[in-house]
Design a protein around this ligand. Structure first.
Ligand code: SF4
Ligand code: MG
Length: 319
């Protein structure tokens, strides 16, 4: 995607720029980690890719090129064909993403039959096969369960089974393990990696968890207040982060998690993350940057490729 912008119109007519000119490239079969603090626009970005932003939100610019077509220019019908079938999504809270009123079997067969002309019986068999593939214990028995009868980890396996049922080329996984305990979370990540290996699916993993990202991703993009500040190969970035923000995140060892940006108790990185309604002028990280200098206050740095290692970084220190 290139220059992607997603805004939200406030009651007082002011505009929040949640995604503010994002460039990311994801190759087939690549596992790309998107990291950043709460409120930096990661989830809005992922919903924008599938055009699932609803008013007062809107995509105000840029392009999302998928197999030669700009998704932002497709009509609704063509977009529906892409959603789920080519690009699938797994959400943060699997229990809430499943419909509480329907059994696993009902939900899975409905999804499978939406895009494939097969009988109910065949769809059920396919559902069981997929549930076994995602290692859901007692797959046959679980077909009759309602979401509340399953643990969070089991629900996430069902979500993944639904996501892969249409053989997508890409999965967007938005914090897929954050509501799960550590062991289960690790199993879910392993499962994603196994599926990637088997089907050459690309994965966009949105995460707070530097550990998870470093374990399974080959590329990383670091997002801050709606923009990518650094992107490149995981090893290069982990061994030798260039942007002061990435350096701070890696020094901290984890990304501070806070429910409301303005009430952050984060002392890992100096200062609170500003709200996206008042993005600082110049370099948007300047209010927290230890290396800030004159130029940073007024001029926004562009994402530029470093010749040394191919990392792209948006910081005046590298010009
Ligand atoms: Fe810090 Fe300036 Fe670089 Fe922004 S541009 S990260 S303020 S040094
Ligand atoms: Mg989020």
């Amino acid at each position: 995607m290139k220059g992607l912008k997603t805004c939200f119109k406030q009651k007082d007519k002011s505009i929040i720029r949640a995604v503010d000119g994002v460039d990311i490239e994801i190759a087939p079969g690549e596992v790309h980690g998107l990291v950043g603090e709460s409120g930096c626009g990661k989830s809005v970005l992922s919903l924008s890719i599938l055009r699932l932003i609803s008013p007062p939100g809107f995509i105000s610019g840029g392009e999302i090129v998928w197999e030669g077509n700009d998704l932002l220019r497709l009509d609704n019908n063509d977009m529906r064909k892409i959603r789920g079938k080519e690009i699938a999504m797994i959400f943060q809270n699997p229990q809430a993403s499943l419909n509480p009123l329907y059994t696993v079997s009902q939900q899975m067969t409905a999804v499978i039959r939406l895009h494939r002309k097969i009988s109910k019986k065949e769809a059920k068999e396919e559902a069981v096969r997929l549930l076994k593939m995602v290692q859901l214990p007692d797959a046959e028995k679980r077909m009759k369960s309602y979401p509340h009868e399953l643990s969070g980890g089991m629900c996430q396996r069902v979500m993944i089974a639904m996501a892969i049922s249409l053989q997508p080329k890409m999965i967007i996984a938005d914090e897929p393990t954050s509501s799960l305990d550590v062991t289960i979370g690790a199993q879910i990540l392993n499962l994603l990696i196994e599926l990637r290996r088997q089907f050459n699916i690309s994965i966009l993993l949105i995460s707070h968890d530097m550990g998870a990202v470093s374990r399974i991703c080959s590329k990383i993009s670091v997002m801050y207040l709606g923009r990518i500040l650094e992107t490149g190969n995981k090893t290069d970035i982990f061994q030798n982060p260039q942007h002061p923000y990435t350096q701070a995140l890696l020094d901290a060892g984890k990304i501070p998690v806070h429910s409301h940006p303005a009430k952050s108790e984060n002392n890992l990185i100096k200062g609170d993350i500003p709200g996206s309604m008042d993005i600082p002028s110049g370099c948007r990280f300047h209010t927290r940057c230890p290396s800030v200098f004159e130029k940073c206050y007024n001029m926004e740095p562009e994402l530029k490729t470093l010749t040394a290692n191919g990392i792209k970084v948006a910081c005046h220190l590298y010009e």
